[in-house]
Design a binder for this molecule. Structure first.
Ligand code: GTP
Ligand code: MG
Length: 189
């Protein structure tokens, strides 16, 4: 199956009726600048559906996209961006924690995105264990594989596999659209 339609519905910063409408939600989470918004664009084959930026902290609200009129892709702000003003960072962290752990929304899957070149950070591992403890259905995507030298690819991927040992890792490049078919198949499962 393909992605046939993708519509931006709205951006929210907290409790919203849209999350109670019975349509399944699939959420993307990861460090700021890891490529969450770019991955959404690569999945739906549109350049600017989700706004992206080379400087971290682009997404500062919860952006909701309706895909195939069947499920929502939920683009969360990123965590772990040290240079953001403390106040903004705190607000964003609260929003992420609220949506993932306190809202009571029963999302179908969560895509945890790791930077393939940087490897799993401490923040990534904290997020992973929190999601695991909350019994979430996790998919791990290692994005930006186009930035890894061929000679380092196996080693980098193995490091990520070791960190998340029981989980399937999808090597991905939003830039080159590598892995999109595999990820779409996982989402539609
Ligand atoms: P926040 O909204 O700040 O949390 O960031 P984000 O995770 O949504 O990242 P975004 O999609 O805005 O991408 C950040 C930067 O990384 C942009 O300059 C993208 O062009 C770049 N980028 C994203 N994916 C890839 C990729 O697969 N390869 C390469 N080379 N660059 C990428
Ligand atoms: Mg973003």
């Amino acid at each position: 199956m393909n992605i046939k339609s993708a519509i931006f519905i709205k951006g929210v910063v907290g409790t919203d009726d849209i999350f109670e409408d019975g349509i399944p939600q699939i959420v993307l989470i990861g460090r700021s600048n890891v490529g969450k918004s770019s991955i959404i664009n690569s999945l739906v084959n549109q350049k600017n559906l989700a706004r992206t930026s080379s400087s971290p902290g682009r997404t500062q609200q919860i952006n909701i996209f309706l895909i195939n009129r069947a499920f929502y892709l939920v683009d969360l702000p990123g965590y772990g961006f040290a240079k953001m003003p403390e106040e903004v960072r705190h607000k964003i962290q609260k929003m992420i924690d609220w949506y993932l752990f306190n809202s009571g929304y029963n999302f179908k899957k969560v895509i945890l995105i790791i930077d393939a070149k940087v490897g799993p950070t401490q923040d990534d591992m904290v997020m992973f264990y929190s999601l695991q403890n909350a019994n979430k259905n996790i998919i791990i995507v290692a994005n930006k594989i186009d930035k890894i030298k061929k000679s380092e690819y196996d080693e980098k991927l193995q490091k990520i596999k070791n960190a998340f040992n029981i989980y399937k890792i999808i090597p991905y490049s939003a830039e080159k659209k590598t892995g999109a078919r595999e990820l779409i198949a996982e989402l539609l499962k």
